[in-house]
Design a protein around this ligand. Structure first.
Ligand code: SAM
Length: 436
């Protein structure tokens, strides 16, 4: 081993990572270095950069190291992990394929391939890779938590629950992966419509991680809201959408056949509302409504409870103003600030529409419009929180709340804006007017 590599390792032993990095960078500056030695130094540098969370540097140093030793499994795996963190799907997939060709028993490679193939729309391949993970690493809670997420998204929540059951039972209470795995299991139970079982998993997560770094408490709070509940805790909704943000568009538009934004646009066109309006998209999510409303708007603003959703909306570059805020509180800060307020599939997270209509009325200029979709309840005059943790509202409740807030219901007709397990979910599309 060369002097500089030995010195770097010695510094690492002494806990001086910065000095070790400086020595490695210095050593690698030698253009005539033996290629094997260059590989070792690059691999060590890549490991250190990965540990420090610098995925870009880690990916580049692993690539360098692999030139010297293409079969080194730990470097291959490190390279894949770094590319996944960089969200470079194409490069990550190629690196995963190389890793699995070299080591077909690499559970981490299969875990990433399960995710990547599902992202690419190949459910069958995703499930094949997921099964390999379950076979190769049946007790690895970190891997199981990741694969449970893939299974839930691939409509196999039962497989996720079962895979985690034994592993969680046999886990060491101090295992840092226990809490994330228990939360993953809770999500699978929720997908199966089993809130009581989800609660048990969340309590296990909180037990193992009292600081609640996984957000189990917020999910638990939302689950314990009973059927007679008036509201869903905002922390629950935020936690739900923060974790959903990355796959929201694909799942909603693809799998759930979501059409609320385009249905609302058609409604506005039919009523000859716009263009040139100051529009607020309340509960804007990733900005799907912004896409169809932009050309109606002189200015387009949006807000949402979930910071990750707002981040996604911002990335579209469509909105003049975006902020994180709660529906009623968010609108109350901008009285008479808009001509058109839109809430596509948002009131399903709000129970009593009384305060919602009051806030909408306050936010609209005289002559303004409030357009929204929501789910329909059987009880015409009430609202209820159903098993899917969403509210459904009766037509009478919508009319009464609007009237109490001084809004006139211009249109209220049945419209299903999404499917659930293959069937259309009964809903409303509604347009209210604030008299001039
Ligand atoms: C089903 S998504 C619809 C998003 C968007 N309107 C669309 O059509 O794509 C519901 C959104 O409402 C947001 N939301 C739910 N309750 C909210 C509240 N009380 N205040 C603000 N946003 C809320 C959620 O964070 C989520 O982004």
């Amino acid at each position: 081993m060369s002097d500089f590599l030995a010195r770097a390792l010695e510094l690492l032993d002494q806990g001086d990572g910065d000095a070790a990095l400086a020595v490695l960078y210095g050593g690698l500056g030698d253009p005539d270095m033996d290629p094997v030695l260059r590989g070792e130094a690059s691999g060590l540098l890549a490991d250190l950069m990965a540990e420090r969370g610098d995925a870009l540097a880690a990916a580049s140093h692993y690539a360098q190291a692999l030139l010297a030793d293409p079969d080194r499994r730990s470097w291959r795996r490190g390279h894949v992990n770094a590319l996944m963190q960089l969200a470079d799907r194409e490069a990550a997939r190629a690196a995963c394929e190389t890793l699995l060709a070299l080591r077909p028993d690499d559970a981490t490679g299969h875990r990433h391939m399960a995710f990547l193939t599902l992202e690419a729309g190949d459910r069958t391949q995703a499930l094949d890779h997921a099964r390999e993970v379950l076979f190769l690493a049946p007790r690895d809670l970190g891997l199981l938590a990741a694969i449970a997420d893939v299974l839930v998204r691939a409509d196999e929540p039962l497989m996720a629950v079962e895979a985690l059951e034994t592993a969680l039972r046999k886990a060491h209470p101090a295992d840092p992966d226990l809490a994330p795995a228990a939360v993953a299991q809770a999500r699978a139970w929720i997908a199966l419509g089993e809130p009581k079982k989800a609660e048990k998993s969340l309590l296990l997560a909180l037990d193992s991680d009292p600081d609640d770094r996984t957000g189990a408490g917020a999910l638990l709070e939302g689950l314990s809201a009973g059927a007679d509940s008036q509201t869903l805790p905002p922390a629950f909704v935020r936690a739900l959408f923060d974790t959903y943000a990355d796959r929201f568009d694909r799942e909603l538009v693809g799998k759930l056949r979501y059409d609320a934004p385009s249905a609302l646009r058609a409604l506005l066109d039919a009523q000859k509302i716009g263009p040139g309006l100051d529009v607020v998209d309340a509960g804007c999510g990733t900005g799907l409504a912004g896409v169809v409303l932009r050309d109606l708007a002189a200015t387009l603003a949006g807000f949402d409870l979930s910071p990750r959703m707002v981040e996604r909306a911002r990335a579209r570059g469509l909105y003049d103003d975006l902020w994180v805020g709660e529906f009623v509180a968010g609108l109350s800060t901008r009285p008479e600030g808009c001509d058109l307020l839109v809430a596509a599939d948002v009131l399903v997270y709000l129970g009593d529409l009384g305060p919602v209509m009051q806030a909408a009325s306050l936010a609209l200029r005289p002559g303004g419009w409030f357009a929204f979709t929501c789910e329909a309840a059987d009880d015409p005059d009430g609202f209820l929180l159903h098993e899917g943790r969403r509210f459904a509202h009766g037509g009478g409740h919508i009319r009464a709340s609007a009237a109490a807030a001084g809004l006139q219901v211009q249109v209220l007709r049945p419209h299903s804006s999404r499917h659930d397990r293959g069937s259309p979910v009964p809903g409303w599309i509604c347009l209210c007017h604030k008299p001039a």
